[in-house]
Design a protein around this ligand. Structure first.
Ligand code: AMP
Length: 280
């Protein structure tokens, strides 16, 4: 694996790779890697000649400064894991490489309703921050394919829209959510939970599965209230739990078997914010 810290060096290398007719896939991450991230790298390796991974904890997408300060950083371990799954290139930039003109650029992206619902509503500025870093990274890497996790369901939609705005033709590949045996969706933030808390955090996935399995018999609003109560009894505070149309995330009040649907949840266990989703 070749490690690049400077965008210009990486670009030169990738230009040569393109001249040689090789196709590249790109896996952007914020590090503190787990099996979810590695599954994206593995899929990318199968489908492309060159796999580029980036590791950059983007300050602009943290609406909560404490969340940014506490975000786990495990770079040495990450490098070993990426070597193990045979990533070809790691881009590990400093903040100035990504934001040479500083973080206060005036660019805003028109994300429509996506910015006002779910994650957009509860994390003001988050998706603009995601778009800023992805705009820059896509410009540097210019991959043929971009690998994103379904774990961040709304983010995939935001980035799809971003690629349209900036005219980037990369194909987006969405990979399934990798879970612990307990069902808990893998997340870098899980590292901030104790073993006991991880056990309780699994009730988030159980709540989603319970709603999925009970949908034919009980209405969504009733199931939603019961799930929120159940999570509360496990010390988990739900920020939102919504049923949406899977293709555009418009809110649904009730189950509609004719539509592809997704349930999305964000919840706090202590001060750790966890998200998950399940396609019905
Ligand atoms: P992050 O480092 O949190 O920015 O995540 C980098 C990429 O990994 C994103 O596309 C995430 O959606 C994806 N990802 C995070 N957790 C998982 C998971 N449990 N399963 C699959 N992909 C994931």
């Amino acid at each position: 694996m070749i490690l690049f810290k400077h965008a210009s060096d990486l670009q030169k290398h990738l230009n040569q790779i393109r001249r040689n007719g090789l196709r590249s896939g790109f896996v952007p991450t914020m590090g503190a890697l787990h099996r979810g991230h590695l599954s994206l790298v593995e899929q990318c390796r199968k489908q492309n000649d060159i796999t580029v991974v980036s590791l950059f904890v983007n300050p602009l997408q943290f609406n909560n400064p404490e969340d940014f300060e506490k975000y786990p950083v495990t770079i040495d371990k990450d490098i070993l894991l990426l070597e193990e799954v045979e990533a070809d290139i790691l881009f590990l930039p400093a903040k100035d490489e990504i934001y040479p003109e500083g973080v206060r650029s005036a660019v805003t992206y028109d994300l429509g309703e996506l910015e006002n619902i779910l994650e957009g509503a509860f994390r003001p500025g988050h998706f603009q921050g995601v778009c800023k870093v992805m705009d820059r990274l896509m410009n540097i890497v210019q991959p043929d394919r971009l690998y994103l996790g379904q774990k961040d369901y709304q983010q995939v939609m935001v980035i799809r829209r971003l690629l349209g705005i900036i005219g980037n033709k990369a194909e987006i590949i969405t990979a399934p959510i990798i879970r612990e045996e307990s069902g808990l969706a893998m997340s870098s933030r899980n590292q901030r939970l104790t073993d006991e808390e991880r056990g309780r955090a699994a009730s988030i996935y159980k709540a989603l599965m319970w709603i999925k399995e009970t949908q034919a018999r009980v209405s969504f609003p009733v199931l939603k209230n019961r799930a929120i109560e159940n999570l509360k009894s496990n010390g988990i505070n739900t920020e939102y739990l919504e049923l949406c149309k899977a293709d555009d995330l418009s809110l649904l009040n009730g189950f509609n078997p004719d539509k592809k649907m997704v349930i999305l949840i964000a919840a706090y266990l202590g001060d750790v914010r966890l998200i998950d989703n399940l396609i019905l």
